[in-house]
Each structure stands twice: as C-alpha cells, then as structure tokens.
Design a protein around this ligand. Structure first.
Ligand SMILES: O=C(CO)[C@@H](O)[C@H](O)COP(=O)(O)O
Ligand SMILES: [Fe+2]
Length: 228
C-alpha cells in the first residue's frame, strides 16, 4: 500500500491579501501540501489567480511546499508550461475540460509535474477509470467546483470507494466541504489526500484540525491494510 494520509489546506479560504504568509502559516501548522484553486470565470463561475501569482508564492514560501494546482479552467492545455515554470508540483485538470486527456497527461509529465485528474459531481467515475493507471492522483469533487465553504456531498463517496477498490495504490483526493464532521466518511471510503479550506483556515486552531484529519485518515489506511 503505497499511499499515505496527506492534508492540503485550500488557501482560497485564507486572507488573499496575505497569501504568502498564510501559506507559510499552514505549513507551520503541519500541512503536508498546499492546494491552490485556479478558476477562470468560464469553466466555473468564479475567478481566482493564475501562474504569476503562483510564481510569487513560490518565491515567498521557498522550494519545499508541494503545490497541488486545481485547474478549474476551460483550456487546461494552455497553462501547463507556465505553471511548471512558476513552480507548480502537480497539475490537476478536470476531465470535463478537455477532449484529449491522454495528450494532456503526457504534456504535464514532460513539463516535470505530477498529474492529477479531477471529476465534477455530475461525472461518473467510469469516465476517469481509463486514465487511472497513467495519473498520480484522482480528485473526486465533493462540491460543485467554484466556491469554498459549500456543503459536503456524501453521495460522492461511492466513487471514492470504487476507485480505492480498483486502484489500491492510487492517491485519491477529496475536495469540498471536508472537515472534522465529514472526514470519517472520506477516510472510510478510501480517500488519502484531503483538501480542506474553510474548516482548517477558518479555525482558531488549524494545527489541531489538520492533525485530527490526518489521524482519522491514517487510522482508516491502517485498518484497510489489516483487513487485506
Ligand atoms: O476547489 C474548490 C472549490 O471549487 C475547493 O478547493 C474549495 O476551495 C475547498 O474549500 P472548502 O469547501 O473546504 O471550504
Ligand atoms: Fe479545489
């Protein structure tokens, strides 16, 4: 079992005027990676930031933090090279946004980044499955992409369980409405990379929330390995 529990705060929920400082604060609170939400106002009805911001953030936080780019954009092909040059580590694109996932996976790898493949709530897991052996991470959205602070969709958990049963060593990420109240469902289903925005960043004690999320996921991983 190659995967481990990792917690990635979504910095969209932080004070965007102090993004560099917030990233450093989250890493200091025990985050395993940072989840950066890129929205283009077209694929989703919201706008955030692009590669110039990522480049500045990289300079501000140094070489270590792992940047997981959640690309909620209509033409993901367009930003592969700029994001790699800006210091992104993983490029997670939506299967709904491209007609040629195979080519995009290849381009991302050639740019030196890891590959993540995301599905929106309305997309079946069968559409992701053919690519699962070529990617580093599958992202199952647990809200409709576009905004932080939405309600967790528990009915996405069968997708996670199915992926875990079919691809036992794949990194599986959940994103949207995940926090102390919903983490058990995600962990039991088999998710190991946990994005949490408002629950972590809005907390008075982000360190404790990150630690709790990681413990719940690590225990579920341990239990699964004993049951095998
Ligand atoms: O991609 C998205 C939303 O589209 C997420 O990454 C959210 O920003 C996570 O925030 P919370 O739902 O945890 O508050
Ligand atoms: Fe996200």
């Amino acid at each position: 079992m190659a995967y481990s529990a990792k917690i990635g705060p979504s910095i969209l929920s932080s004070d965007l005027a102090c993004l560099g400082r917030e990233c450093v604060r989250m890493m200091g609170c025990g985050a395993d990676y940072l989840h950066l939400d890129v929205m283009d106002g077209h694929f989703v009805p919201n706008l955030t930031f692009g590669h110039p911001m990522v480049e500045s953030l990289r300079k501000s936080v140094g070489p270590d933090p792992f940047f997981d780019m959640h690309m909620m954009v209509s033409r993901p092909e367009q930003w592969v090279k700029p994001m790699a040059a800006a210091g992104a580590n993983q490029y997670t694109f939506h299967i709904e946004s491209t007609t040629n996932p195979g080519n995009l996976i290849k381009e991302i790898r050639e740019s030196g980044m890891k590959v993540g493949l995301a599905i929106k709530p309305g997309t079946t897991v069968e559409e992701l499955a053919p690519w699962a052996n070529q990617i580093d991470m599958a992202l199952v959205m647990t809200v409709e992409p576009g905004f932080g602070g939405q309600k967790f969709m528990e009915d996405m958990m069968p997708k996670v369980s199915w992926l875990r049963s079919q691809f036992p060593s794949l990194d599986i990420e959940v994103d949207g409405g995940v926090g102390p109240d919903t983490i058990h469902k995600c962990a039991e289903a088999g998710a190991n990379m946990i994005v949490s925005g408002s629950a972590v960043i809005g907390s008075d004690d982000p360190r404790s929330v990150i630690s709790l999320l990681r413990t719940v996921v690590a225990e579920a991983i341990q239990k699964r390995s004993l049951d095998r």
